[in-house]
Design a protein around this ligand. Structure first.
Ligand code: TYD
Ligand code: MG
Length: 458
């Protein structure tokens, strides 16, 4: 068989070039060219036998109404929290990418899921990172009865697909995509070109045969290079597995899902016997303070496209200085000074002789204005030494005229809070949901004076 033709593609703009160059001639980006395969004409024996797309010649234009919706059959992964983020189970022929830092527990989770599967479905675990002995050691440690699970230690995509065509698994796990290489490219495993091309071959295989495919991918701290980011558009579902550094809790999120809702959340605890599902996640987020404490409040902030709940704390104390201190950690200091002026002018509370400290717990940095309301309430709560309910979340921007302004993604924030077990929300009037959210009581405010009234009633 003739060697497929090599070319180079810019990862920024997608431009193709026959030769490698340090700078893309089209968009001017530096170091963005990586190996890619030229599309080979599909003919003869090369032609896929069957495919889920109608693109292979002979396709006709038709009315959308005349197309029967495909039926998606879902199977449970046996791990309830994983089913939930997948949108209610695994869909045949779907490709799921699981990204996350090394050591977060991706291999553990998938081994647990496959062990639950292998009773009913034919499952194949392809390990490129660990030896079969290491996988066996983990299975023993997890005490999952996975003796029937089929295992393959291989890193060549071509050979993996050959094996899979004979084995015909219904579910296949690739751990991890960064260790695979395709013989068609010369670059090292883990490079952008290799990752993209290997994944493309596997996705094609999954779509042709209806195999459900899990791809494991590592993310580096800096983010993207050779990480799963280049794959996100190729797959049906992208899950991110994250955790607090050194903590025992792990959160898995869907950030793209062609078969379900995004921003679904599954919570696990890492134990010495693998991952255990946490059915009531609010317990772990709320248990830090058994009783409500003054000066503490929960803010719903957006981290990129994802809502995240963080605790904002304030301490207001008599100052010994002629110039009282205004200190913020994780928030903007000038913003605090400005908000204290609003507090005085529109709330009638003066803190001129007080030191004010505001901190976001856990070293998180919040840069958005949605934190305004939480800052003011934390400060007020500490100053008055009055506690706020610990099932309360807030967000909202405060303007200089004393108005409470809406922030983006209000609905998403509220749904996240409700999902995590919070029962009350103080939000800008313009962010109040049109239809009620299950289990969440909304208090909508449009002026700072209303916030003061609300606070007086607590
Ligand atoms: P692993 O699944 O290998 O992570 P990944 O595939 O994402 O790189 O799991 C990593 C960590 O989990 C490892 O540091 C050990 C820990 N661990 C436990 O605490 N308990 C267990 O039962 C297992 C299997 C792992
Ligand atoms: Mg692993």
């Amino acid at each position: 068989m003739a060697r497929p033709k090599l070319q180079y593609q810019c990862s920024e703009c997608g431009a193709l070039a026959p030769k490698w160059a340090g700078q893309c001639a089209d968009c001017g980006a530096w170091n963005s060219m990586s190996e890619a395969l030229a599309a080979a004409p599909v003919s003869g024996s090369n032609k896929p036998r069957f495919t889920s797309y109608a693109g292979q010649g002979g396709a006709q234009i038709q009315n959308l109404g005349a197309v029967q919706p495909g039926r998606e059959t879902r199977v449970s992964t046996g791990v309830h929290e994983l089913d939930r983020v997948l949108g209610g189970g695994l869909v045949a022929g779907s490709v799921v990418l699981i990204g996350g830092d090394p050591g977060i527990g991706k291999s553990t989770l998938l081994l647990q899921a496959l062990a639950a599967f292998s009773g009913e479905l034919k499952a194949l675990y392809v390990t490129g990172e660990e030896s079969p002995e290491q996988v066996s050691l983990r299975a023993h440690r997890l005490a999952v009865g996975a003796d029937e699970l089929r295992l393959l230690a291989e890193t060549s995509v071509e050979r993996i697909i050959e094996h899979a065509r004979i084995e015909t698994p219904q579910v296949m796990v690739i751990d991890s995509i960064q260790t695979l290489y395709t013989e068609a490219l010369q670059s090292a495993p883990g490079s952008v070109g290799q990752v993209r091309e290997s994944a493309a071959q596997l996705v094609r295989f999954a779509k042709q045969t209806g195999t459900a495919l899990f791809l494991v991918g590592h993310v580096t701290k800096e983010g993207t290079l050779a990480g799963p980011r280049v794959l996100e558009h190729m797959v049906d579902t992208v899950l991110y597995f994250e955790g607090d550094a050194g903590g025992r809790y792990r959160v898995i999120r869907a950030i793209k899902n062609r078969f379900g809702a995004v921003n679904e959340l599954g919570v696990f605890a890492m134990t010495d016997r693998g991952l255990k599902e946490v059915r009531n996640p609010s317990s772990i987020f709320l248990s830090r303070h058994e009783q409500p404490v003054a000066g503490s409040i929960i803010l719903v902030t957006m981290e990129g496209t994802r809502p995240m709940l963080v605790e904002v704390q304030a301490l207001v104390d008599d100052s010994q200085l002629s110039n009282p201190r205004r200190v913020t950690l994780g928030l903007e200091q000038n913003r605090l000074a400005m908000l204290l002026a609003v507090q005085h002018r529109h709330g009638g509370v003066l803190m001129g002789d007080q030191d004010v400290y505001v901190n976001v717990v856990g070293g998180v940095r919040v840069t958005e204005t949605a934190a305004d309301l939480s800052m003011l309430l934390a400060v007020l709560s500490s100053f008055r030494d009055r506690t706020l309910p610990n099932d309360l979340v807030v967000f909202g921007e405060v303007g200089l005229a004393g108005e409470i302004r809406p922030v983006p993604n209000g609905q998403q924030r509220l749904h996240e809070a409700a999902k995590l077990g919070f029962r009350r929300a103080l939000v800008p009037a313009a962010n109040a949901p049109k239809s009620a959210i299950d289990g969440l009581e909304i208090c909508a405010v449009s002026r700072y004076a209303e916030v003061m009234d609300w606070f007086a009633g607590q």
